[in-house]
Design a binder for this molecule. Structure first.
Ligand SMILES: [Zn+2]
Length: 407
């Protein structure tokens, strides 16, 4: 079965995760799809596959070679984002896309003039929505591609491979997929998330991230008697903001450029609180950004008196590249596999965090592979059927390369 055929089945399961839910997984539909995946994979003759009580599917395919090679894992998430509903009827397929504007049922237009992926999809078969729902390619495209690679291994006993682990996780979109992820049960030495983005993309550079809580203590007096006494905390907050480079903000940065982002500000004359986030790929530049925050606080304390401004910096997550770099075979094998599938590998910056980042810091270095679906979290979502085939093929090729691994 081709990945898109499975994909069309999976998208009909409502697996929207719910941030406000107290249960694990956050919604019951995720377990329904999880169980369907277990049944499907068992149907291939793969015996080691199960779902735990929290809705995580784990499994493995035993090695069929003599040689000791590392266990390689593949991960995708079954949930979809809350922003829009799941499809209510089968999504539409566009055969041999001709490069023209696509008009969805709801009247929305998908225009190749403003969508590079659509330009690249001329001649390919596509899946689109009706314009009112998600497709769910994030990350059911990844699920379909991994399951297709498993089916290939089951049907081709002559294909030589080491032990392969796989997992399908719930609640990624609400940031909880790693919370209950059992690294031991997964059992991989190295892994790939197959989640989102263009096929051919291989990602391992995410942000270093920190949050900053700024607290400013002012002196409030009657404004008529304020001369040389009043210190207006809100004005000092504005000075603080003014000390950070104005062009280093999210709205002025891209690719590997970091930023300071003012998330929240609230206060009066007596007191003002600000919350910032700091993002930066490079570790030295990340450290320098924290120093800039401290220097701004010091300068204002020198101006207004010690203790006026405090800035508490807390690290949130780190760039996984430091965990990947000692194991560049992960990237080299993926790039080679993508090339063998006739695509051009790209290594873009991730301007956020990823599940693979968490897992990398738990000891399982884990870059991400693009799936061939795009415009995620939007009714304009699309999946490229031909690129999904290639992604499944690339997974198989990576597995093949690790059967020859010397390391
Ligand atoms: Zn995703």
């Amino acid at each position: 079965m081709r990945p898109y055929e499975r994909f069309l089945k999976y998208v009909m399961f409502d697996t929207t995760s719910d941030e406000s839910s107290k249960t694990v997984p956050s919604t019951p539909g995720q377990k329904v799809l999880g169980q369907a995946l277990v049944d499907e994979i068992r149907g291939f003759g793969i015996e080691d596959v199960y779902m735990d009580d929290k809705g995580y599917v784990y499994g493995s395919v035993p090695s069929n070679i003599e040689k000791e090679v590392p266990v390689i894992g593949f991960i995708a998430h079954v949930d979809t984002v809350e922003d829009h509903p799941s499809p209510k009827s089968a999504p539409r397929i566009i055969e041999k896309y001709d490069g023209s504007v696509i008009r969805l049922d709801a009247g929305i237009e998908l225009d190749p003039a403003t969508d590079v992926n659509l330009q690249k999809a001329v001649g390919c078969d596509l899946v689109v929505t009706d314009g009112t729902t998600l497709l769910g390619g994030d990350d059911k495209a990844g699920v379909a591609e991994i399951v297709t690679a498993l089916e290939y291994m089951a049907q081709h006993p002559e294909f030589r491979h080491g032990k392969i682990a796989f997992s399908f996780t719930p609640d990624e979109e609400i940031g909880e997929s790693q919370t209950n992820f059992d690294v031991q049960a997964f059992g991989a030495r190295f892994a790939y998330t197959v989640d989102g983005a263009d096929f051919g993309d291989i990602e391992y550079e995410n942000f270093n991230a920190a949050s900053v809580a700024v607290e400013i203590k002012g002196v409030a007096t009657h404004p008529g008697e304020a001369k040389d006494v009043m210190k207006n905390a809100s004005i000092i907050a504005m000075e603080f903001a003014g000390l950070l480079p104005p062009w280093e903000r999210p709205e002025h940065t891209a690719d590997f450029e970091g930023f300071y982002h003012l998330l929240h500000i609230e206060g009066d004359c007596q007191q003002c609180r600000m919350r910032y986030m700091i993002r930066e790929h490079d570790a030295d530049k990340f450290a320098a950004r924290k120093e800039t925050i401290k220097a701004a606080a010091d300068l204002l304390n020198a101006r207004y008196g010690a203790g006026t401004v405090t800035a508490q910096i807390e690290d949130s997550y780190h760039n996984m590249s430091e965990m990947i770099r000692p194991h560049m075979h992960l990237i080299d094998f993926a790039k080679a596999a993508i090339e063998e599938c006739g695509a051009v590998p790209r290594v873009p910056a991730i301007r956020g965090g990823t599940d693979g980042s968490d897992l990398s810091f738990k000891g399982v270095p884990c870059p991400n592979m693009g799936t061939g679906s795009w415009n995620h979290h939007s009714v304009m979502e699309m999946a490229n059927i031909d690129h999904m085939d290639k992604c499944a093929e690339a997974i198989v090729r990576i597995i093949g390369k690790y059967a020859e691994f010397e390391g």
